[in-house]
Write a protein that binds this ligand. Structure first.
Ligand SMILES: Cc1cc2nc3c(=O)[nH]c(=O)nc-3n(C[C@H](O)[C@H](O)[C@H](O)COP(=O)(O)O)c2cc1C
Length: 386
């Protein structure tokens, strides 16, 4: 049995934000599984999310949880619009915390991307096959009355009283998230959903205080962040996910300069981390516009972190330990979010620690596994030498 000394790495150093400690810099990215009923979590969510805590992540985000029923992408989306929704999430937060991961929730309103099919039912507008299952479409709202694509549901332009109502729903949802036991909260302002539809000049053609210049287009996200921060406890981190650009490598739409400005304003309102994604303003969620390299959003995180002086999380195609380590060590990101890799391998964080020499003796694994794995090493070597 080895008793090697762990290497010191940036990726596996703890991070403190306000009164909250992340055991390492790896965060499970919010990922919809479209498996809730009326927004209510079930044992699916406990097992699905729980295994990422056992896998070694520093924090585990739920999928986007809708702040009102209209704000769900599909009939299967998670919700956090009532005390009942909070109550059924308590076993999830309790399991995550007991197993070393911070329980984190993303709260969201899908705007003009609401009322869609689940990906495996077609990933398009709700149609007769969905209706035959009893899943009707519902009326949707957005910054402006423009569908996400031709042939998709036409949203109503959201009125001023409705803006106030939806912002209040975000704040109420944050209160439910506290009751459910979450310790990190993220507002979804990316990927073409409601808040992003206000930010981008491609989807916001309003003539009132919530449209026009950059300040007008930022107003919805900034006011929402302010209202959520007023409810979310002072010792708990608040994140905002943004699409740092509307399209990687394009001069159209929302630009990185705009994100730097937004990040500065978010910081002034008590937001702690800007979560840097990109894309999604039209068409499907984050469909790639072209070839992408591993860690391709590092430069977005780096500029926002340097120029707005706020912590960043970077997400997107982080597959290998050295790429994740470099994003943190180089100062591009304080945290790295991982999506599809952990669907493939829920123990990805532990495997990365092993590769970087940060956990040579499986000490960070659940002891129920680590005790065996450390004893498996000499056996593996014998088998491989034969
Ligand atoms: C199945 C699936 C569901 C997703 N759902 C969400 C979501 O609820 N909220 C969100 O902000 N991003 C969502 N995303 C985007 C991911 O959080 C992540 O940003 C994206 O997958 C890129 O990271 P990756 O290359 O590590 O997968 C989803 C992605 C996948 C694959």
């Amino acid at each position: 049995m080895s008793t090697s000394k762990p290497s010191s790495t940036s990726l596996f150093s703890p991070l403190d934000i306000r009164g909250t400690r992340f055991r390492n810099r790896i965060v499970i990215s919010p990922m919809c599984t479209y498996s809730a009923h009326d927004g209510m979590a079930s044992d699916w969510h406990l097992v699905h999310l729980g295994k990422f805590a056992l896998g070694g992540a520093g924090a585990v985000f739920t999928e986007a949880a809708a702040v009102e029923p209209r704000g769900r992408i599909t009939h299967g989306d998670l919700g956090i619009w009532s005390a009942e929704h909070a109550a059924v999430l308590k076993p999830v937060t309790s399991f995550l915390r007991r197993n070393g991961a911070l329980p984190a929730i993303q709260i969201a309103h899908a705007g003009r991307k609401a009322s869609m099919q689940r990906p495996w039912h077609g990933n398009g507008p709700i149609d007769d096959t969905d209706r035959a299952r009893g899943e009707e479409n519902w009326d949707i709202v957005a910054a402006s009355a423009e569908p996400v694509k031709d042939g998709w549901l036409m949203p109503a332009e959201i009125s001023l009283p409705e803006i106030a109502d939806i912002q209040a729903s975000f704040a109420t949802a944050a209160g439910h998230a506290v009751d459910a036991g979450f310790e990190v909260l993220e507002i979804h302002s990316a990927h073409g959903y409601l808040a992003h539809s206000f930010l981008s000049p491609l989807s916001n053609h309003r003539n009132d205080a919530y449209g026009g210049d950059l300040a007008g287009r930022m107003r919805f996200t900034l006011e929402t962040a302010e209202k959520v921060r007023a409810v979310w406890p002072d010792d708990k981190p608040l994140f905002v996910r943004i699409s740092a650009v509307d399209a990687d490598g394009s001069e159209e739409g929302w630009q990185l300069d705009d994100s730097v400005a937004l990040a500065g304003e978010l910081k002034a309102r008590g937001v702690d981390v800007v979560d840097c994604s990109s894309g999604g303003i039209s068409g499907l969620a984050t469909a790639a516009m072209g070839p992408r390299d591993q860690g391709f959003r590092g430069p977005y995180g780096s500029r926002i972190r340097d120029e707005a002086g706020i912590s960043t999380m970077v997400v997107g195609l982080v597959l290998d330990a050295d790429v994740a380590e470099d994003l943190v060590a180089s100062g591009a990101a304080d945290l790295v979010a991982v999506g599809r890799e952990v669907l493939y391998n829920p123990h990805w964080p532990h495997h990365m620690a092993h590769e970087l020499g940060a956990d040579p003796d499986y000490a960070e694994w659940p002891e129920q596994y680590g005790w065996w794995l450390v004893r498996r090493e000499p056996l593996l070597q014998t088998v491989r030498e034969v």
